[in-house]
Structure formats: C-alpha cells, structure tokens
Design a protein around this ligand. Sequence first.
Ligand SMILES: *Cc1c(COP(=O)(O)O)cnc(C)c1O
Length: 398
Amino acid sequence: MSKTDEYIDQAERVLLHTYNRFPVVFDHGKGVCLYDIEGREYLDFCAGIAVFALGYGNEEYNNALKNQIDKLIHTSNLFYSVPATEAAKRLTQAAGMDRVFFTNSGAEAIEGAIKSARKYAFSKDGSTDHEIIAMNGSFHGRTMGALSVTGNSKYREPFYPMIGNIKYADYNDYESVEALVNDKTCAVIMETIQGEGGIRPADPSFIKKVRELCDRKDILLILDEIQCGMGRSGSMFAYQGYGVMPDIVTVAKAVGCGVPVGAFMMKQKVADSSLKPGDHGTTYGGNPLVTAAVCEVLRQFEDRKIIDNVKDVGEYMYKKLEEVRAGYDFITDHRGMGLIQGLEFDTSRAEPSKICARAVKNGLIIITAGSSVIRFIPPLTITKDDVDRMIGILKASL
Ligand SMILES: *Cc1c(COP(=O)(O)O)cnc(C)c1O
C-alpha cells in the first residue's frame, strides 16, 4: 500500500463521509502549486475553492499570522482589538459599506445577512411574516438559514422544513423577481456571479433593475460575494464592476486567504434599524488572529496591485479558454470574467467530474460547479505562463 493509500484508508475510517474526495494527500504549497506527500506537483486552479487568493508559502502573510499568534489569538467580542478595528476599517472601505460583523464562515455571513434584513423589516412595521426572494440555481451555504435561500432543492429537501417565507425567482429574469414582490418582501438575495450554480454572471440590466425595484419598495438587496468578491471578478467586489451597490454584502473565502473568517457588511441605513446589542453574536468571529489575516490580505491586494493582475491574466485566460471551447464540440458554453470562469459540457458526451479527476492525475487541480461545468478559480497571483500550463494539461485531460 502506498503512503497515500494508507492515509486515505485511515481517513475514511473516521471522517464522516460527506465528500467524495480526490485521492490526494497534500503536504505543502509554493506559489500557485501544491505538493502531495509523495512529492508530486499540482498546478492549482481551485485555490481551496477560491480561498487561497495570494498563493501558497506567502512569507509576509505567514509572518503576519505568526506575529499575531505570539501576541494574542483570541479575546472574545466583549472587548476591542487592534486587528479587528483595522480590518473593519479596511474592509468596509474596500466594499463601500459602513458597518461590518465578522463571522467564521460564509454560511454564517449569510445567516447574519438574513437576520439583519428581517430585523430591519421588523423595526419598520412590527410584523413577523416578512418574505425573502432568493434565486434558483443559487448557493449560499449549508446551515439551515443559508440552505433555505439556496435555490437547489437537491441540497434542501432532506432537511425540510426550511426557515419560512422564502420564495424563488429565476436568476437573470427580472419579471420573475417582480412577480414575487409584495408588501411583505423584505429582501432579495443573490450572488453577483453565481458560483456553485455554474459560474453565471448577473446580466447588467437584471441587477440594475432589481436594484431599482428594491429602491422603490424599500426592499434590501443582499449580494453574496463570498466566491466572486475579493478581486476575483476583476473588481474588488463584483458589484463595483456593475456599478450597483447592495444594502448588505456577504464575504468569506478569500477575505482571510485560509483562516476561517467571513463577514457581512451593511450600509448605515440598515445598521440604524437592524441588529442591536443582544440580537446577534459569535464567540470566535473576528478574533485577533483572523482579522490580522484580513488586514494583511487587504494590504497585499493594494501593494501588489492584485486586481490589475486579475484583469490582465483573466482576459488572457478568457481568450485561451475560448480557443479550447472552439476545439471541442462537447463544450457548450464558456462564462465568467476575471479569474472566475467556467466551461459547460454536454454531459451526455463528456462528464466534468471525470475530466477533473483525470486532470488531477495529470497534475492540474480543477473542480466542477454543479454537474455540467468545470470552473477555473486559481490564486489571483497566477501568470500567463501558468495559464498556458493549465491549458496544456486541460487539453491532455479532455
Ligand atoms: C462557499 C460559498 C458559501 C458558503 O461559505 P462557507 O464558508 O462554506 O460556509 C456561500 N455563498 C457562496 C456564493 C459560496 O461560494
């Protein structure tokens, strides 16, 4: 038995089997590559599912964390801390928001956004039957609230009942949203670019019209930027590229580049009439260790001009993936922008999960988004040479 098989065998005896994992045991990373325990190299176009945006073995990031570990890891939210204050200032400024609450994950950021919207509506009229409009094909996380606004019944059904008063509209179909609005509607929630659902960007006219509808009816627009935010789309937040501002925004994944941290942010108007002392809390959320990571991530985004690289290399990757699409007639679509792109397959002729498995064997980490799409969400620090290498291995795996 190889060392890898031994570890996999041990893991499968004790880990709850909620993932069908690739048969790889990673040991360390450097730049945009990961290395397994047997020394094999993998070019990483998954980045820990859009988390590790700044590359592996990032010395300044590692040192920022080590320094904070030696100083103070945790104190609770009953006190103030310098890293949390600094991270809050930097993150709200980057997002154009006024207030932030730090969480431990994306799903928890969604929970907070839902609670904020319900409390905002409750403060207005005192009623407790407000509705939220979510999108078909969306993904917002696995906790009960986040699952309730996830527009994929396969994920929801075994866990019914969900939280109440959620309705589903069709993404990029404005009329379907408008048709669901009534006096009880308190929020519309959607991803600016649907990730898990197959890398589907919002149509500019759709998101603008939804914004106008929300303004007319004092409905809160919640944009989930957990996957598409933090520079991945070519703007710091994808909504900035659309010229549309949400009332509440959720972030996670790349915001801490590997430490468990997320956040929901809001405009002052929402903060004024939503969560107050006693309404919400978290023991770990935004502790000094994870917020030191957020500070360092945001510093590097600025100093290393990460977004310029996303635009430049993202455009190059778009061109290269267009060439791939043109060369295989079982590839039916290519979507996305910046460094969040996807190829859609005719699944009767090619199975994305099998292609990904073959690519991993060939030294390229790519993953699916839904059952018919392969997504490309590399570290934001990749070069055009990395794209060329990726394209080579991808073709060999098709
Ligand atoms: C990953 C993801 C989530 C859930 O985040 P977790 O940290 O896994 O809870 C929510 N929304 C979107 C768009 C995501 O991609």
